[in-house]
Design a protein around this ligand. Sequence first.
Ligand code: IMP
Ligand code: MG
Length: 172
Amino acid sequence: MDNIKVLFSAEEIAKRVSELGSEISDYYQDKSVLVLGVLNGCFVFAADLIRAMSTENMEFKFIRAKSYIGTQSGGEVSFSSGCERIDFGGKNVLIVEDIIDTGKTLAELRNKILTKAPADLKIAAFLNKPSRRIADISPDFCCFDIPDRFVVGYGLDYNEKYRQLPYLGCIE
Ligand code: IMP
Ligand code: MG
């Protein structure tokens, strides 16, 4: 097992996700929202976030994106499941991501969705690593800004390991 240092405990995460859920619900008020979770990393955050939202009129879908191998961005971003088949026209879309790093993944996804004329498009990210940003993009809703460290847990992986950790840690 690698040496993993805790950055945010499960309790700290739960408190912040609950606050963010309220913030997002306040933004949508009684409007409908299509929540779009970006697999794989978002699955834990998305599950907690939607249960922290009081928005009644909600649809939820996953899409899949992958740009990382190990701790290095692979550069190429691919969306394998489903973006093309989803009807975004006239909808309030909320993208849910685990982390915005270079921003390439989200920038590509955002541009794809914008061609389909949503009424509104917002981004909720569990984490934001602003120091590594390449694409011109930032989250509208975010739990934590973090420094340039490779983090794992709460859904985030290092070569598919550590997604199950209930806390967020960085590999020492
Ligand atoms: P971006 O396109 O560089 O913003 O990369 C975004 C994706 O890379 C995220 O959705 C994560 O899956 C992955 N990623 C970026 N930084 C980390 C990290 O520190 N730990 C685990 N995965 C990361
Ligand atoms: Mg990922």
